[in-house]
Design a protein around this ligand. Structure first.
Ligand SMILES: Cc1cc2nc3c(=O)[nH]c(=O)nc-3n(C[C@H](O)[C@H](O)[C@H](O)COP(=O)(O)OP(=O)(O)OC[C@H]3O[C@@H](n4cnc5c(N)ncnc54)[C@H](O)[C@@H]3O)c2cc1C
Length: 377
């Protein structure tokens, strides 16, 4: 555990976690377990940012462009299994695997190429037919019987808001502080440039040794408070929640033109990259939600009676080169970043690695390609 010396008195290091989505909750929970004094601060309510408007698919099969990123995501999947054993899996962890198929021959050839690559990388993957999937896994799906369907048995989906609530609740029970509905609007540094205070929009000011910027899509604004430029990419996505009497599918899936997952007993989440591409055309988000709903009903005819509850456009928190920004920024002692797309998959592993780095000062090799200093101040 890291201590700070004040004259002859030693006290635990005090960390402000700015932003309490999956990333902030993951870092703060790990820090708190290891004896740091943690203050969670959120401008809104914990887990109600992008984390609550995510497709929330825990995977590495979609992360094959760079091996180190794939490995980090595989570690993310393992970190979830460990977390479920540690905090209990109920209401947030759904390790039911993932299905993927397409109706486009070129995309199908690409998918099967990826399957071969994943198998070479020892990632568990099975190729079934549509008929087998309906018989063994998902009887409610409408799909041609001979279509190749890829099944990733180790993948999962997560109820992000419930998980954040669980992690923050445990940390608070063991002494962490939690302030919601108040934003960090200033970060004070000492004469040597190191972190000293955070000022909140409710007028209070807290003495801290360390800040973790986990502000998701607003991370660039928080970085500016320490005069750092964190370049972020703009990549919004549209997500629709629907309600139905009973959820007719058991797992998350990428079907043709639509991604679908359960979201509880009577709720489901819909998303599509094809519909995301329409966001900037000025089309009404409610209309985009209707398109998602229509596509979902083609794949799952039992959703005929379902209805749209809410549609949201959310910005993905993506550093400019598409990869996470995690770790210390050496020119601002005490300032750390935890900013990432695929943050649902990566939240628990980034939480564990970053907390260990903050407390021990040692940098983990697994984060070598994802360091903040690749974006100079
Ligand atoms: C459409 C879509 C689909 C996605 N699908 C997947 C997927 O299938 N799998 C996957 O792994 N990832 C997916 N992602 C990405 C994933 O959802 C995010 O990477 C992850 O939720 C980010 O979590 P976060 O904690 O960084 O951000 P958030 O959950 O947004 O949390 C940040 C918090 O910071 C707070 N905040 C902001 N500014 C301040 C401030 N100044 N002071 C205090 N608090 C502040 C906000 O109120 C917010 O609660 C998807 C994202 C989108 C948009």
């Amino acid at each position: 555990m890291a201590f700070v010396r004040n004259g002859s008195v030693q006290r635990p290091v005090r960390v402000a976690v700015i932003g309490v989505g999956i990333l902030g909750a993951g870092v703060g929970w790990n820090l708190s377990r290891h004896g740091a004094e943690v203050v969670f601060i959120d401008a809104g309510q914990p887990g109600e940012g992008v984390t609550n408007w995510s497709f929330s698919w825990v995977n590495a099969s979609n992360k094959t462009a760079r091996k180190s990123y794939f490995d980090l995501n595989v570690a993310g999947m393992a970190a979830y299994r460990e977390l479920a054993r540690t905090v209990g899996p109920d209401s947030w962890w759904y390790p039911s695997g993932h299905l993927r198929w397409t109706d486009d021959p070129a995309a199908e050839a690409k998918l099967l190429e990826t399957v071969e690559l994943l198998a070479r990388w020892d990632y568990r993957v099975e190729v079934c037919t549509g008929a087998e999937v309906r018989r063994r896994l998902e009887p409610a799906l409408a799909m041609p019987g001979e279509t190749p369907v890829v099944f990733y048995p180790d993948e999962a989906w997560v109820h992000g808001r419930h998980l954040v609530g669980r992690l923050v609740g445990q940390a608070v029970a063991s002494g962490a502080e939690h302030r919601s509905g108040t934003a960090v609007c200033d970060i004070g540094t000492g004469a040597d440039g190191s972190i000293r205070t955070v000022a909140l929009s409710d007028g209070s000011r807290l003495d801290v040794d360390i800040v973790v910027n986990a502000a998701g899509p607003s991370a660039a604004h928080v970085a500016e408070l320490v005069a750092r430029h964190l370049p972020m990419r703009r990549e919004p996505g549209v997500v629709t929640r629907i309600s139905c009497a009973q959820v007719p599918i058991r797992r998350a899936m990428h079907a043709p033109h639509i991604e679908i997952r359960p979201d509880g007993d009577a709720s489901m989440v819909l998303h599509s990259r094809e519909v995301d591409a329409l966001i900037d055309t000025g089309e009404d988000p409610a209309e985009l939600g209707r398109r998602l709903h229509e596509s979902a009903r083609h794949v799952v005819p039992e959703l005929g009676d379902s209805r749209i509850v809410e549609t949201r456009v959310a910005n993905r928190p993506i550093p400019a080169d598409g990869y996470p920004s995690v770790g210390a920024v050496p020119s601002v002692p005490g300032y750390y970043e935890a900013v990432s797309h695929s943050g649902i998959t990566l939240g628990p592993v980034i939480g564990r690695l970053l907390a260990a780095e903050i407390l021990s000062g040692k940098r983990d090799e697994m984060l070598a390609d994802f360091r903040p200093e690749r974006f100079p101040l």
